[in-house]
Design a protein around this ligand. Structure first.
Ligand code: SF4
Ligand code: SF4
Ligand code: SF4
Ligand code: FES
Length: 352
């Protein structure tokens, strides 16, 4: 891999030649703020909060979209840079509802964090403001374009990662929004309801309806786990509040999914607390299914297996495993079948 030498805030670094300034800075532990950047997506350079000073350049350059080059000298926090970033934040807030008190994204909003970091309370620029209708045309995804900063992340993730392309920028200038074709509702488009647009939106412009009002970012505990729905093994974070899973997200660039989830992984968690869910084993007694302890149920199954195997041989039983269990659980069940019972009759719901 070819390397180049760059200097960030006078610190000498050797980085891969294909890196952007942002990647080089992150590797060196130098913070550069971003809004339109998402590691899952191609660089876009829309928001300009990541601007840095580069020796010899006529203007400040976006770190997320500028490749490094040999001998490049970069400054990330000189006055000129900080003033430019502050102005960008003020411009973004000049047409923003500043709804933080009730906004679903408060506490995990990129714009709120930057306003705090750069001390922007009141935008300097007063002018026309939008008053778009909030779009809740489906049970899962709500769009509030009043909070949109036109970063294009929803447009790009739907096209670049999902390969669906539900959104694109419609209208021009002040009236531009990441809309659907002909302003259709999401169910009228090829939307897969994966919620990838929710996962990437840096503000409260696109949020998950099932999680609304269920807990602020700082009230939930994130528990890392593996999606139970298929063998891809996507990593997910369960957002748990008061013992209840209120949202599911995925850590970016981690595991096979790299931070991407499908509709099942992101929204299929209703079964966890569903009142119809079986949480105790049932055994048929006198024609009725009766709740019993795990010990009683396991003793019954083990006893019947022993009887059947003694009478008809081990191949009279078969074991069905499931893609919804982990590899380790599936491994253990086939081990039980082969090593304990003595049969190779093992099958899998996802085999065909
Ligand atoms: S839910 Fe998925 S398919 Fe639908 S618009 Fe969002 S990213 Fe595209
Ligand atoms: S809806 Fe969110 S992700 Fe899409 S452009 Fe607006 S701010 Fe960016
Ligand atoms: S999120 Fe979707 S693709 Fe990923 S493991 Fe779950 S079901 Fe499979
Ligand atoms: S993060 Fe670089 S331009 Fe938006």
């Amino acid at each position: 891999m070819d390397k180049v030498t760059v200097y960030i805030n006078d610190m000498r670094l050797e980085v891969p030649a294909e890196y952007t300034i942002l990647q080089a800075a992150r590797e060196a532990g130098v913070r550069i703020p971003t809004l339109c950047h998402d590691e899952r997506l191609e660089p876009f350079g829309a928001c300009r909060v990541c601007v840095v000073k580069v020796e010899g350049a006529r203007a400040l350059l976006p770190a997320c979209a500028t490749p490094v080059s040999e001998g490049m000298r970069i400054w990330t926090d000189v006055d000129e840079v900080m003033r430019a970033r502050r102005t960008v934040i003020e411009l973004l807030l000049s047409d923003h509802p500043n709804d933080c008190m009730v906004c679903e994204r408060s506490g995990s909003c990129g714009l709120q964090d930057l306003a705090y970091e750069y001390g922007v309370r009141e935008p300097r620029f007063q002018g026309e403001r939008h008053s778009y209708e909030i779009l809740s045309d489906n049970p899962l995804i709500e769009r509030d374009y009043n909070k949109c900063i036109l970063c294009g992340r929803c447009v790009r993730i739907c096209r670049e990662v999902q390969g669906v392309g539900v959104y694109d920028f419609v209208n021009r200038g002040f009236d531009a929004v990441p809309g659907t074709p002909y302003g259709r509702s999401l169910p009228e488009t090829p939307c897969e309801f994966c919620g990838q647009c929710v996962s990437t939106c840096p503000t409260g412009a696109i949020v998950s309806i099932p999680s609304k009002g269920k807990g602020r970012a700082w009230q939930v505990t994130k528990v890392r786990t593996t999606c139970p729905y298929c063998g891809c093994g996507c990593q997910m974070d369960l957002h748990v509040k008061d013992g209840e899973v209120v949202e599911v997200s995925s850590p970016v660039m981690v595991g096979p999914g790299q931070g991407n989830l499908c509709a099942k992984g992101r929204y299929g968690y209703g079964f966890i607390h569903h009142p119809d869910r079986l949480t105790k084993p049932l055994v048929r007694k006198g024609g009725e299914l009766v709740e019993v302890s795990w010990e009683e149920a396991l003793d019954l199954v083990a006893g019947r297996l022993r009887e059947l195997v003694a009478e008809h041989g081990p191949d009279c039983v078969g074991f069905l495993v499931s893609a919804r269990c982990t590899n380790e659980e599936n491994y253990l069940l086939q081990k039980l079948a082969r090593a304990v019972v003595g049969t190779n009759n093992v099958d899998h719901c996802a085999r065909l």
